[in-house]
Design a protein around this ligand. Structure first.
Ligand code: F6P
Length: 370
């Protein structure tokens, strides 16, 4: 029997499906397997900055949570506590609140902090670990772009939402003989676009890792038309951009602790196609629909496995780690080593080869076709 522990858990960064499942797994494992108690820090680390913003998480609090999207704790992707914005005489100043967090962590009699989040959250987790807080990170993001894990939860649901949308768009594309463009999220990586395109049978998929050539796209649409395919489905990642061109940014980052908002490439593409050939195009931007609602089974299961594994690390006192998936196994890597590395699609890798082997156009000349 291990000594009683008090665990805090926070969810940071953009929400995604499976966050509630991971909270539920931590609370259930802590209570049933170890008899530890858990509190939730609201809105990221707000609960460790202002100790009134915490919530006791008993078993009753996590009942029915598995299929629920979002996070019952709330989250934020603003207000990095190491660079926290405060208003001073009408001006925004940034202060480092990490000492306050360490002090409140002790005052709340906590033993460990589990931080669920993407790359930004894990960078903060590592800083707090260096300040002496026993931290465990759990990786999540719909973008699936964290280097050290084969998969993050949230990704499978986002892909499924996009595939469902592509299936539905097919019928209008076919009936109206249109080019339907679906813009998906994914930030600087093309994982959602590529998986959704393959799962949904898209004709053209454009990803950030392969800057696209407009001539190739037009040729593909015309080729399909000549072969009797009077419609085309294009999936474009929000971070995709034309060869020699630039990524479209909706909002620039305010500081190195902020992130830029991408989006708009779908409409840009529609205009460009319209300038070159006589075809009707329509654009659907999936946006936050990809992050919302109930998680698919894979994400619920992965999140549950991550949550339980985090408790096993706590039992061993193995802190400063990020929980990840490697093949079939849940493992952990040093937070320090997991920092700042994005997992991008390999433009010549197996996944891309599969797409091009079945004649999917990736916006470049397809050298695999005979
Ligand atoms: O990282 C997840 C993600 O949904 C990206 O795919 C997208 O670019 C970004 O977050 C949107 O961020 P925000 O929630 O700040 O609008």
């Amino acid at each position: 029997m291990s000594k009683h522990k008090r665990i805090a858990i926070s969810t940071g960064g953009g929400d995604c499906q499976g966050l509630n499942a991971v909270i539920r797994a931590v609370v259930k494992t802590a209570r049933y397997r170890y008899d530890w108690s858990v509190i939730g820090s609201l809105d990221g680390l707000a609960g460790l900055i202002d100790t009134t913003k915490v919530r006791k998480l008993d078993i009753s609090e996590v009942r029915g949570l598995l299929p629920k999207g979002g996070t019952i704790l709330g989250t934020t992707n603003k207000g990095n506590p190491l660079h926290f914005p405060v208003e001073v005489s009408g001006k925004t100043k940034f202060i480092d609140l990490s000492d306050k967090i360490v002090k409140n962590f002790k005052e709340l009699l906590l033993d460990v902090l589990i931080m669920v989040g993407g790359d930004g959250t894990q960078a903060i987790a590592y800083e707090l670990y260096k300040k002496g807080i026993p931290v465990i990170g759990i990786s999540k993001t719909i973008d699936n772009d964290l280097m050290d894990t084969d998969m993050t939860f949230g990704f499978s649901t986002a892909v499924q939402v996009a595939v469902d949308a592509i299936d539905r768009l097919h019928t209008t594309a076919e009936s109206h003989h249109r080019v339907m463009i679906v813009e998906v999220m994914g930030r600087y990586a093309g994982w959602i676009a590529l998986h959704a395109g393959l799962g949904g049978g898209a004709d053209i998929v454009l990803i950030p890792e392969i800057p696209f050539d407009m001539d190739v796209i037009i040729e593909k649409i015309l080729q399909r038309r000549n072969l009797g395919g009077r419609f085309s489905i294009i999936v474009v990642a929000e971070g995709a951009y034309p060869k020699g061109g630039e990524r479209i940014i909706q909002k620039k980052a305010n500081s190195e602790y902020d992130h830029e908002l991408l989006g708009g490439v779908g409409h840009w593409l529609s205009r460009e196609i319209g300038k070159r050939i006589d075809v009707e195009t329509r654009v659907t931007v999936l946006g936050y629909i990809q992050r919302g609602g109930t998680p698919v089974a894979f994400d619920r299961i992965l999140a549950t496995r991550f949550g339980t594994y985090a408790c096993e690390l706590i039992e061993k006192g193995d802190y400063g780690k990020l929980v990840v998936l490697r093949g079939e196994e849940i493992k952990s890597v040093e937070l320090e080593k997991a920092m700042g590395k994005l997992k991008m699609v390999d433009p010549n890798g197996q996944f891309v080869r599969t797409c091009e082997s079945i004649n999917m156009c990736l916006g470049r000349e397809n050298k695999l076709l005979f």
